[in-house]
Design a protein around this ligand. Structure first.
Ligand SMILES: [Zn+2]
Length: 310
């Protein structure tokens, strides 16, 4: 039982990997793009079959299959309840894969798997108490206390993206108002940039978003490199909001470290740096002095490595 299969079901692709159990090494990966009309379960099975036929490992050496998916998960029963951007509701993926492969199947949330991976093999290796915060399309968070991932009574602990920073504030994807995610995610920055352009301000971003293209983290990075005023001010605003969210977390749990990851943090180093500086100013002095800040280390592989740890 030397290996596990880790699967990361995201909004745009599914990544599948063979992971060595003793050290979290990624031995092999394969992936497929997804869209809202795909049958997720079939794609997962195709990827597992591709992996099994491509690696020189006997199936009896595979201990388990772990799956991390964006969205709401019933972890106990292994059901993906709902997942953004993919065609999936109440999918009992654990049951289907258990019947097919006859090995244990574990299902969790993608932020949970990324946090587990950072704890075991990444930026959180040296810490007992820390919080991972992933800033991209949304803002996700995993809270680790005494080397345990805190899940809460219904599995939603660590949802820093939905801590409240304004009463009756901007509408959030969760359906409520005033959440941090509505002010500081890449999506929030994109909205801000688009609104500024609509109001008549000029921006180099217009060159990158013809045909309704998304303002990706890389486009934001290009705008910053070209010293685009709208991009600079949108990042500044978002980092203000993110810093008060992080400072609140620091004041509440007094962690050893805040680990920041996700598409926007990976692409835009300036955003990481300014957020860290502002957070240190906003948090209680003694807590801020003793909190370290690190970037997540495992990037795209965190999901599959963490899934193998479920
Ligand atoms: Zn929310």
């Amino acid at each position: 039982m030397d290996f596990s299969i880790g699967i990361d079901i995201g909004g745009t692709k599914i990544l599948c990997g063979l992971i060595e159990n003793k050290n979290g090494q990624v031995i092999y990966t394969c992936k497929k793009k997804t869209n809202s009309s795909n049958d997720i379960c079939n794609i997962v099975i195709e990827l597992i079959e591709e992996l099994i036929s491509s690696v020189n490992v006997n199936f009896s050496k595979i201990l388990k299959i772990g799956i991390g998916a964006a969205g709401q998960i019933d972890r106990i029963n292994g059901i993906i309840l709902s997942s953004p951007n993919i065609n999936c509701s109440n999918l009992n993926i654990k049951k289907i894969l258990e019947e097919k492969y006859n090995i244990p199947i574990y299902v969790g949330n993608d932020v949970e798997t990324a946090t587990l991976a950072e704890m075991m093999y990444g930026a959180g290796k040296a810490y007992n108490n820390f919080m991972c915060v992933f800033v991209g399309t949304g803002i996700g968070g995993g809270l680790v206390i005494n080397r345990n991932l805190i899940r809460g009574v219904s599995g939603t602990a660590g949802e820093i993206g939905h801590i409240k920073i304004a009463f009756n504030g901007k509408k959030c994807g969760c359906g409520k108002n005033g959440c941090l995610e509505a002010y500081a995610s890449r999506t929030a920055i994109e909205d801000n940039i688009r609104n500024s352009i609509k109001s008549g301000q000029s921006s180099c971003i217009l060159n990158y978003i013809q045909n309704n293209k998304k303002i990706t983290s890389n486009v934001i990075k290009k705008g910053l490199e070209q010293k685009d005023k709208i991009v600079i001010s949108s990042l500044d605003k978002a980092s203000n909001y993110l810093s008060i969210g992080l400072a609140s977390v620091i004041n509440l749990i007094n962690p050893q470290c805040i680990i920041l990851g996700g598409g926007l943090i990976n692409a835009v180093d300036e955003f990481y740096k300014m957020t860290v500086e502002k957070t240190k100013c906003e948090a209680l002095n003694i807590a801020a002095k003793n909190t370290e800040f690190k970037k997540a280390m495992l990037g795209d592989c965190a999901g599959i490595i963490g899934a193998s740890l479920l």
